[in-house]
Design a protein. Sequence first.
Length: 604
Amino acid sequence: MTWDFDTFKGSWSDMNQEMNIPSTLGKKLLESLTTVLGDRLPEGFKPAVQVAADLRFGDYQSNAAMVLAKRVGEKPRDLAQQVVAALKTEGMAEASIAGPGFINFKISPEFYAQRLMEMLADERLSVPKVSEAKTIVIDFSAPNVAKPMHVGHIRSTIIGDALSRIARFLGHTVITDNHIGDWGTQFGMILWGWKNLLNQEALNTNPIAELLRIYQVVNAKCNEQPELRETCKAELVKLQSGDDENLQIWKRCVEVSKSGLQKIYDRLDIRFDYWLGESFYNDALGPLVNSLLESGIAQESDGAVCVFEEEGREPSASSPFLVRDKDAWKPNPCIIRKADGGFLYATTDLATLDYRIKTWHADSIWYVVGAPQELHFRQIFDIQRRRGITGDFRHIAFGSILGDDRKPFKTRSGELISLEDVLNEAVERAKKTIDEKSPDMSADEKDRVSEIVGIGAVKFAELSQNRISDYIFNWDKMLSLQGDTAPYLQNSCVRIQSIFRKLGDNRSRGNANIVLEVPAEIHLAHMLSRYAEIVPMVLDDCKPNILAGYLYDLAKAFHSFYESCPVLKSEANVRSSRLALCQLTLDVLRHGLGLLGIQIPDRM
Ligand code: ARG
């Protein structure tokens, strides 16, 4: 029998009421502050409540009394004392004062138990939807056709997908768009290579690899024979001016690349709503440049069209159009049309942004693109602002993936690593472990499980990093069954599943009465209940590592609980309460990993 945990689910209930503990405590603090301070409370003041730094003294903490004391002429501890005396948190939390005037809250076990029972019955695990849903376009992955996919695309693909899943779950309308580079200067070389070097059979078996091969061969040849570069350029010009043969070849290249990419995305369980690559905007570029010239935002300069620093703005380092050169500011324009009439990456991005606003009514556009493109996006966003096009535009930047030598991660033969190779190797390595650990598994299941574990490991290694920092790619670490890894989390789920498997059909979920007594149970309850706070937090700064780190802490809390609290061997009431804790841990881990795009095998 396979265990279908979803049959355990209570009916869908809309639990959008106040489910978030810090915000409930914040409201109660505000009431108390109003009672204590009356008119002296500054208008619009919102007391911040955070999870406590040291859980021994409480679960949550506020520095509100310290922040306000000076402004209202009180000593911080005195103010805290009055606030605590006026607080109405009976049944929910006990408040106390610590240090220079922190207010600490210890949540009562009964309150946690009640919350967990609500979570168990709620399909959303008590995570509320946002009160104001936005239309968010997420631009991620976006490799360049036939060019080597650099490691940056791996990060973009995995981070972008996780953010899309989380934003959608929180109730936003999310549009994912794969803005592939399908109209770059690389096509000059590819066209020539296609006509002179193409191996049709290789194209049929692995089109991306064959396109990459011809691109690399032509690129190398061009370095030796400069006149070939001119020939390739001529092919590009022919393509751009609508030559039929070249257009057909280009179309084929884009098609085969897309279908090759799609295979990788399928493996990663990633879908795009649109694939509007750069070429989609070709017709918009000329009129766009003209309108920028007409409005005076762009100017001709040495035959090219450029956008310079806005007139009248105080020169500063925050201007995307100035660079510091010794003691003076030097112009650092954004070129939108070259002197030869060609358009650029920036021109396309301006047109793309226009389209997303006009057609999709995007409130927000997120570009999940490596940190080296920071200046590019600052320029684009600033030009749009000057055109009166506003919105929440974010460059969600990330650092590099490094090898053990702290240099950009490369393959053994020194090439840039491709996403597909990374996945293959991860799955192969996962398979070795599974072969050793579970020799009795059928070959089919081994394949399935190693795919889930290997791909999960790559995704989690990525998502558990603060995206801004560089990180060292380490096979052994990411595939380890210990530490903050996907296999550790997946294995935790597998262990919980096996508890239920042992139970057979004898389980009661809906009517479990949760009672929390032992510290390890209470700590696990604290962690479980935090899920509703954590998920929305990810979008504040677009940092999936907040969720990844939380899931790891939750799994650790579960393991301490499981070590110190017998489940199946305890007497009926305790047993059903603890089983409910196991169930909810599994629910949260499964759901949270799902938001990161990571699956769980039945066994491993
Ligand atoms: N194709 C670009 C690259 O490989 C990334 C595109 C990102 N998206 C965008 N709208 N600029 O660097």
